[in-house]
Design a protein around this ligand. Structure first.
Ligand code: COA
Length: 180
């Protein structure tokens, strides 16, 4: 397990899947904001590619996020779009609604940076998030990510186009101690 100050990032367990699906994807608003594709219902028992892990897939590393002290599941996180030539990747995360606003998100980003820069030897990490997602923007900026641009009207979310903000962090600018 990868450990931060308050969170652990571990492998996806089978019994995480129904919880993550119900809390993060079944709700149309949460699901539409978290996924660039249109919301649709997923039949129980089918292999949802957002949640079911294929360990042979090289470009994406999915984690389940737990509270370090109790081991309770609090969300999911991914390093995705891993490009071993340009040594870059994207990060993404989603916390269960009851776990938001308690500092976990900032700590998850810190652990994903450790995984990307130290474990994988990457040079650049990137995040795209909706421009109104203050909690995600702050979680990224607290870890040293800088806003590199706005993707104007790039995301169709429940009846309107929203801007996305693109943030990046280079290995040489990362200060692991700055997170706590
Ligand atoms: C985005 C998300 C991962 C952030 O994690 P979090 O644990 O809620 O965030 P934190 O508690 O670490 O807070 C980070 C900062 O955002 C602020 N913040 C938290 N929730 C906020 C809210 N609802 N509105 C405004 N600011 C908020 C905190 O005060 C903190 O600010 P600070 O660094 O200036 O002190 C989490 O809210 C989440 O899973 N949201 C739904 C899914 C999602 O949006 N995922 C990201 C898709 S790119």
């Amino acid at each position: 397990m990868l450990k931060g100050n308050t969170v652990g990032l571990r492998a996806r367990h089978e019994d995480d899947i129904p919880v993550l699906r119900a809390e993060l994807f079944d709700d149309v608003v949460n699901g539409s904001r978290a996924d660039g594709r249109p919301w649709r219902p997923v039949t129980p028992g089918t292999k949802d590619p957002r949640l079911v892990v294929d360990d042979t897939e090289q470009g994406r590393v999915p984690f389940s996020v737990v509270d370090l002290a109790s081991g309770t599941l609090v969300g999911m996180a991914n390093l995705w779009g891993i490009d071993t030539h340009n040594r870059s990747a994207h990060i993404g995360l989603g916390l269960l609604p009851a776990a938001r606003g308690k500092g976990y998100g900032t700590d998850v980003v810190a652990v994903l940076c450790h995984y990307g820069f130290v474990v994988r030897g990457l040079h650049r990490l990137q995040i795209e998030t909706l421009a109104d997602n203050t909690a995600m923007l702050r979680s990224a900026e607290r870890n040293g990510f800088v806003r590199e641009g706005v993707l104007r009207s790039s995301s169709w979310v429940l009846g309107e186009f929203l801007d996305e903000v693109l943030l990046g962090l280079l290995a040489e600018d990362w200060k692991p101690a700055a997170r706590s």
